[in-house]
Design a protein around this ligand. Structure first.
Ligand code: NAD
Ligand code: ZN
Length: 342
């Protein structure tokens, strides 16, 4: 089968033929139709410090996909050939303290497809049946193929927050921030301010329902105007940029909540006393998607018709154009980018 491979510990990907994976008795083989391309793939492509410390080439890249079940292992009961599916790409141990207390999204033994084992930028992928998630008939393979980052946005927006009626600031309108705008809107936020330095992405945030989409230098004025000077109830930090993180703590109201998804490239200094403690702020660190509360929410929001992620998808490429896909992501001109595989 055709697949996009991280062949060696150097920058780049190679498109090549590899054997179709064989499945274990508890796994399913999925024919991949659509696959989302993510910042993580860019890190692996560029072979940056994080990728060098984490990944062991050769392996097939890619962790976001939608497709059709081709074959199931002997022990698999509730998935069958022909099912339309996506999957949680974090494969957890199921037996550790965290897994056994309903917190498997932070299982320390997590293996991620396309990072720690073969991924989905290929015609087929093998997945444990427990990770498979069925798509409703009216959900396209393309939307199935972006459930992973959409799930990051659902997790950040809805876990532990009181979204109905809330005022919200979203710092960072990458694909996940743009999804988050639509989710907050569907969940009943009363006012959504989105910030980014990139005008194309601000336009996408407006298309997804933001009330204001502004450059970070204008975020404070927009937040003060929308909240009678108070600050927002909830900030979703979705950039990982230090100045945006400080702005998150500056613009959340006293007693508010900051949900932290963006990953800073290196450690940053925070004044805990003034930025968090004396403001009585609650901070939540987001890892992946909660298994499987986030997935249930995602399916139900899509079913309701009140949340539609499709305006966020701006570019589609065949696998052979992988270099162009990576280029448009790096350029900042794209929202969500998707490979059309089979
Ligand atoms: P992205 O890098 O495309 O989006 C970040 C956006 O922040 C960009 O549009 C950028 O222009 C914008 N930005 C830059 N400076 C800014 C500023 N000062 N104020 C506001 N916005 C600013 O990435 P994405 O795929 O949407 O992911 C968002 C973040 O979440 C990244 O840091 C990514 O690494 C992280 N992430 C975390 C998890 C997790 O489980 N915690 C999962 C996936 C992604
Ligand atoms: Zn575990």
């Amino acid at each position: 089968m055709k697949s996009l491979v991280k062949e060696s510990p150097t920058p780049g990907f190679v498109l090549k033929d590899v054997p179709v994976p064989t499945i274990r008795d508890d796994e399913v083989l999925i024919r991949v139709h659509r696959a989302g391309v993510c910042g993580t793939d860019v890190h692996i492509h560029d072979w940056d410090d994080w990728a060098q410390g984490r990944c062991k080439p050769p392996f097939v890249v890619g962790h976001e996909f939608g497709g059709e079940v081709a074959e199931v292992g002997a022990l698999v009961k509730d998935v069958k050939a022909g099912d339309r599916v996506t999957a949680e790409g974090h494969i957890v141990c199921g037996r550790c303290h965290l897994c056994r207390t309903g917190n498997s999204h932070v299982c320390p033994f997590t293996k991620i497809i396309g990072v720690d084992r073969d991924g989905c930028f290929a015609e087929y992928i093998a997945m444990p049946a427990t990770n498979v998630w069925h798509l409703d008939d009216d959900v396209s393979f393309e939307v199935g193929g972006i459930h992973d980052p959409m799930g990051n946005a659902f997790h950040t927006a809805l876990h532990g927050t009181e979204m109905p009626g809330a005022t919200v600031l979203i710092t960072g309108c990458g694909p996940i921030g743009i999804f988050a705008v639509g989710i907050c809107k569907a969940a009943g936020a009363s006012h959504i301010v989105a910030s980014d330095v990139n005008p194309k992405r601000l336009a996408l945030a407006m298309a997804m329902g933001a009330h204001n989409a502004v450059h970070p230098t204008e975020a404070e004025a927009a937040v003060r105007a929308a909240t009678e000077g108070l600050g927002v109830d909830i900030v979703l930090e979705m950039s990982g940029v230090p100045s945006a993180i400080h702005q998150a703590f500056a613009l959340v109201r006293v007693g508010g909540r900051v949900q932290m998804l963006g990953i800073p490239a290196k450690s940053i200094e925070i004044n805990l006393a003034t930025e968090i403690i004396f403001k009585g702020v609650t901070v939540y660190g987001v890892v992946g998607r909660r298994m499987y509360e986030t997935w249930i929410q995602m399916t139900q929001f899509l079913r309701s018709g009140q949340f539609d992620p499709r305006p966020a998808i701006t570019h589609r490429f065949p696998l052979k154009d992988h270099a162009e896909a990576i280029r448009v992501i790096k350029s900042g001109e794209a929202g969500k980018v998707v490979f059309e595989i089979t």
